[in-house]
Design a protein around this ligand. Structure first.
Ligand SMILES: *Cc1c(COP(=O)(O)O)cnc(C)c1O
Length: 345
């Protein structure tokens, strides 16, 4: 790969970041008259730690990754956007992405005026690394992989991802938003082997914390350094940092939720299979099912009428006729199945 310094946009490489009062003095004890805060209304009167040291130390233990290899963002959305802003010169550079996949890679690319070269997955939703590499050119900075993939639900072979990491000059981003639901292990332990690997994870799915907006990017300290330099100084508010620490006291709850949701997913799949309008249920390594039906739009509309909202993915590459259904609570899943019983083909 190219050195990170060389991959970084010149203006970002030369950027002198904003230095906040809390960057200059990092102690927690003292009388703080440095940031023009209001002395009243504690603890909300204080700016949060811009480096999120306490939270990073906890996540470092949990993930067995050095704190210098962690970037925390306002959801995964933030590192997704920052990766474009750091590495893709608008109107010049481009990225390669699998297709179909998570929509935010394209939206963030559009905002940053960076073309996305989409490479369709194989018919069985597997990934062909040669096809992705063939789509790259000397202005390709990033390759986006999502594993388990949204909306197809499958994990990709580690070997295929490793081939990309070995042969691509730029960064390979592996979005593992659903990894806690997958039998496959995270690629995170390989961080030290590949200086061009970026792994995204989130608190929005297995941890049940989509509302607090907390996403993680794991990468070499050079890459996390670049992202840290261009983020808003106080990108994680104190409520988010506190709530996350509270939940991280124990991961027992999250593990129990995952177990229950996996049981519910398999039950839902078995029951859905019996309906005449269901042609196929794709295997899932995530907390949702991709279901191929004979008339996706009509089923979607029928369910919306009953205030049951699922996702119509039928216009997406390789997903003709497909609906994406999130696994809900046992009660929610039962209501969905009952509603579908009354659907007339
Ligand atoms: C849900 C999801 C995320 C989570 O995004 P946040 O901004 O962290 O809530 C990230 N990637 C994929 C592929 C997702 O489906």
């Amino acid at each position: 790969m190219k050195p990170i310094d060389q991959l970084t946009r010149a203006n970002i490489r030369n950027l002198k970041p904003y230095s906040s009062a809390r960057d200059e003095y990092t102690g927690s004890e003292g009388i703080f008259l440095d940031a023009n805060e209001n002395p009243f209304n504690s603890p909300f009167n204080r700016y949060p730690d811009p480096r999120q040291r306490v939270l990073k130390a906890r996540i470092s233990e949990l993930k067995n990754v050095d704190a210098s290899n962690i970037f925390l963002g306002n959801g995964s959305d933030e590192p997704i956007d920052l990766l474009y802003r750091a590495f893709c010169e608008p109107g010049v550079d481009n990225v390669v992405s699998i297709d179909p996949t998570y929509g935010m890679y394209q939206v963030a690319a559009d905002i940053n005026n960076t073309p996305v070269k989409k490479v369709a997955l194989e018919n069985d939703f597997s990934l062909n690394p040669t096809k992705l590499l063939d789509a790259t050119d000397h202005n390709t900075k990033l390759i986006w992989i999502c594993s388990p993939n949204n909306p197809t639900g499958n994990c990709f072979e580690k070997e295929a991802i490793i081939e990309l990491l070995n042969r691509f000059n730029g960064l390979v981003i592996v979005d593992e938003a659903y990894i806690d639901f997958a039998p496959e292990k995270s690629i995170l332990p390989m961080l030290s082997d590949f200086p061009n690997l970026v792994v995204l994870q989130t608190f929005s799915k297995a941890w049940g914390l989509a509302g607090i907006r907390l996403g993680m990017a794991f990468a070499s300290s050079e890459i996390t350094g670049v992202l840290g330099k261009i983020k808003y100084p106080y990108n994680l508010n104190i409520l988010t940092q506190k709530k996350a620490l509270e939940f991280l006291e124990s991961d027992v709850q999250a593990k129990e939720w995952v177990k229950l949701l996996l049981e519910q997913r398999d039950l839902l799949a078995r029951k859905l299979k019996k309906f005449d309008f269901v042609e196929m249920i794709y295997p899932s390594d995530a907390n949702f099912l991709l279901v191929k039906t004979i008339n996706a739009r009509r089923i979607y509309n029928f369910l919306v009428e009953k205030k049951l909202i699922i996702r119509d993915r039928s216009t997406v590459t390789l997903c003709a006729g497909c609906l994406r259904i999130t696994v809900g609570s046992p009660g929610e899943n039962m209501i969905l199945l009952e509603a579908l019983e009354s659907y007339n083909v």
